[in-house]
Design a protein around this ligand. Sequence first.
Ligand code: GUN
Length: 282
Amino acid sequence: MSAKIIDGKKIAAATLANIKENLTASGYVPKLAIILVGNDDASTIYVRNKQKSAVTAGIATELYHLADTTSQEEILELLDKCNQDSSINGIIVQLPLPAHLNTNEIINRISPLKDVDGFHPYNTGLLHNNEEPYFVAATPLGIMTMLKTVIKNLSGKNVVLIGASLIVGRPLATLLLNQECTVTITHIHTKNIKDLTSKADVLVAACGVANMVKKDWIKNDAILIDVGINRENGKLCGDIDFADVKEKAFAITPVPGGVGPMTVAMLLQNTYRAYLLQHDML
Ligand code: GUN
């Protein structure tokens, strides 16, 4: 039987509609500041998607599109200004940043109460300690939401992640551990990776290699989450070879239309949450 498709686009659309409904009823208009440095093609597309979905959700955005020669000091000054501006509820700095910039110092300068990407050590630290952070990173949050549509109880499940990034692998591993999963994080130095992935009840691929995961990498009836967005022969594809695995898996997220739209929806949900937190309504 063909795998169940986990329709991220549909869940994301429902999330945005729900935010919009709440905001319309309350009359609030949260604002998200987006800082984009340089003209990286992928980042420009992601930022455009975030702005477009913000309109759908009834959230305002303010884009600071800075030259790729912008200095560290200039970005830190802009962040100080956004932190102090009470009309701004959420702040994100689109990553990756140009090589001359110190990403950690920049992320650490965002107020944890406006850190809607959930990357600030205050927020990741609380997550690590299994306490409730102000914000959890959008991609892992979207993945947890999608997993809940196909699996009721994650306790004891064997989950294997491919990729240990700050944005996806690490926070997702913590969220899954907090849900009592047995989590294995694999990365570029992992030996015999197939031995690990083929035992996974849930496999999350976030390695950025087009169609890397084939059917001999997975267990029968595995749940597959594909975080990859790659372009091959002019066509978008994930890190999992969809056509190859679809008869063996139980469920899979498509690319496009899976993790991507969920990430944007969760960012906007976090921005709405930021507004409520800052107005003592949570
Ligand atoms: N680059 C890739 N994913 C993300 C994300 O979720 N947030 C930010 N700020 N940059 C990214």
